[in-house]
Design a protein around this ligand. Structure first.
Ligand code: NIG
Ligand code: FE
Length: 395
């Protein structure tokens, strides 16, 4: 067991629920971490630097801001292929309808295991270099039994938060038999995939021709729950639809996107705030030229809000949580404190995790450090790589 005292912290952001937006930011603090390594240690002490206990090692962070590592609760990192031309076309006015998913499915199926693994590991490393210490990873670009299983097995090599997304899109070879594809997703594919995943997700979006209706989505989620998986939903991304209310009704941990919300959707999110988090993905609005959801209104109404990257080749190929924070502040009406909390504790809540997303005694020592004195710089210095995961001796 090695203990490490982290000292000379310019601002300690605990996200402990106190202060403006729940940021829990204080100066003059120190943190002690204990670890046996490999893997993250545990936070065993937080308090005024003047009364810090002795430790085996001292890590002087030189007046920088220390905060919980970002919890990116929504990402699609197992894929091959390039869709940058699709992005360029959207910037020129083309609308996103989900159709490009088929391009990624073809490239991903054709890729060898080693190639997919290397790409996945590079994306996770890219995230860590920007301060993300937990990432959820979905399948959904295989869409055939062996390809979905492969994606989940690869995802499990880099995270505990693995999500089965066979119901991402009806693959081209099943277009004439849509019901048959849903049967496969809730039958043989689910049986093969459930042992490799914690979560099940569905792209509930009647506005997209090859995504899923409310009733199909309900069937997928119910089958997943029966197989022991917990629920998440892609909802209301392209247009108004049933996704948000279905997620709330079925007790999903999170409903993600929430770009188009009716008053009834917001009411459902308020009523379900203890169970269901609305995970906003501002990089998607940026990359698809869609309207940003009104996070200010959701927070004021009492909705549980998180922000995540949705890093994927189609609607947002950015892995940067600081960029998402900057967008949330500039475009969605969140204060800098609220955005940081939504990217840490909010993401943890969307993953039903209490051991991450906060700096408190007993939490995992998943920490990030900023090349800056306080958390305001995350949005203020948009585009500048000031955040990174903090490596603590004993980890
Ligand atoms: O979360 N909307 C569905 N799935 C992804 C995008 C998939 C793609 O276009 O490749 C998303 O936006
Ligand atoms: Fe997504």
């Amino acid at each position: 067991m090695t203990s490490t005292l982290i000292t000379d912290i310019g601002e300690l952001v605990t996200c402990d629920g106190t202060g403006e937006g729940g940021i829990g930011a204080r100066s003059g603090q120190a943190v002690v971490v204990e670890g046996t390594g490999p893997g993250p240690g545990t936070i065993v002490w937080v308090g005024p630097a003047s009364s810090a206990p002795a430790a085996d090692e001292v890590l002087d962070v030189g007046g920088r801001c220390v905060l919980p590592g970002f919890v990116d609760s929504h990402a699609h990192l197992v894929f091959d292929g390039d869709r940058s031309a699709e992005f360029a076309a959207r910037m020129a006015g083309q609308r996103y309808d989900g159709g490009g998913i088929g391009v990624t499915v073809a490239a991903t199926r054709a890729a060898g295991d080693e190639r997919l693994r290397a790409a996945l590991q590079a994306r996770v490393a890219e995230m860590r270099a920007q301060g993300t210490t937990t990432v959820e990873v979905k399948s959904g670009y295989g869409l055939a039994v062996e390809h979905e299983v492969r994606a989940l097995q690869l995802a499990a090599e880099v995270t505990d938060e693995v999500t089965y997304l066979g119901a991402h899109f009806v693959p081209p070879e099943m277009r004439e038999d849509r019901d048959g594809y849903v049967d496969l997703v809730v039958g043989e594919m689910l049986q093969a995939c459930a042992p490799h995943a914690r979560w099940i997700d569905v792209f509930c979006e009647p506005a997209s021709p090859h995504a899923f209706t409310g009733e199909e989505s309900r069937r997928v989620l119910a089958a997943g729950r029966d197989a022991g998986l917990e629920l998440r939903v892609h909802g209301n991304q392209i247009d108004h639809g049933p996704g948000v209310r279905l997620a709330c009704e079925m007790g999903a941990a999170s409903v993600d996107h929430c770009t188009y919300l009716s008053d009834a959707d917001v009411d459902a999110l308020v009523d379900s705030a203890a169970t269901t988090t609305a995970t906003l993905l501002p990089g998607v609005e940026f990359s698809t030229k869609s309207p940003y959801p009104d996070a200010r209104a959701l927070l004021d109404a009492g909705v549980s809000v998180a922000i995540a990257s949705d890093c994927n080749p189609g609607t947002c190929f950015s892995s940067s949580m600081p960029f998402m924070i900057a967008l949330a502040v500039r475009e969605m009406g969140m204060t800098p404190s609220e955005a940081v909390v939504a990217a840490t504790r909010g993401g943890a809540r969307a993953l039903r995790r209490e051991d991450i997303g906060r700096i408190e005694i007993g939490a995992r020592a998943d920490l990030a450090v900023l090349q800056a004195p306080n958390h305001l710089h995350l949005a203020y210095r948009a585009g500048v790589p000031i955040a990174r995961a903090l490596e603590v001796a004993g980890d």
